[in-house]
Design a protein. Structure first.
Length: 141
């Protein structure tokens, strides 16, 4: 069995990351799950949360994933993310302003469709703030 697996992180805008990793922890819809080389093939929905990439026995990188799908094979983990950002690149002040704006959007929504879209965006922003405040698998970074 190989010591690493290939990780691909893809957003609608671009291929964000392709690299060999020791392990990755994915925020699955049913809970976090770890992927090591030789993992059983599977497909899973992803909830908004932290994608943790392990190298050398500790977390090397963390991304906030806004949702999407994970496709796992024995040699590869492909994350098709609705949105993704490196945790180190999140600006807390901008996020807190976004939360205030989204709460206003939910309150001011004129119909169910607008309210539903604003509520979904608010839930993702709240998950991002939670990821900043309580970093899962924080490691050395």
């Amino acid at each position: 069995m190989a010591d690493t697996l290939e990780l691909e992180l893809v957003s609608p805008e671009s291929l964000l990351l392709t690299q060999s990793v020791e392990m990755v922890v994915v925020p699955g819809a049913e809970g976090d799950f770890g992927v090591l080389p030789g993992h059983a093939p599977m497909i899973s929905n992803i909830r908004p949360g932290t994608l943790a990439i392990f190298e050398g026995g500790s977390v090397a990188q963390r991304f906030f994933i806004a949702g999407g799908f994970a496709e796992i094979t024995e040699q590869r983990c492909t994350i098709l993310a609705e949105g993704a950002v490196l945790m180190d690149d999140i600006d807390r002040a901008a996020l807190e302003q976004e939360l205030r704006d989204l709460r206003e959007d939910v309150s001011a929504a004129g119909d169910d469709a607008d309210k539903s879209a604003a509520t979904e965006s608010l839930e993702i922003a709240e998950a991002k703030l939670q990821a900043l405040d309580a970093p899962a698998y924080s490691g050395t970074h």
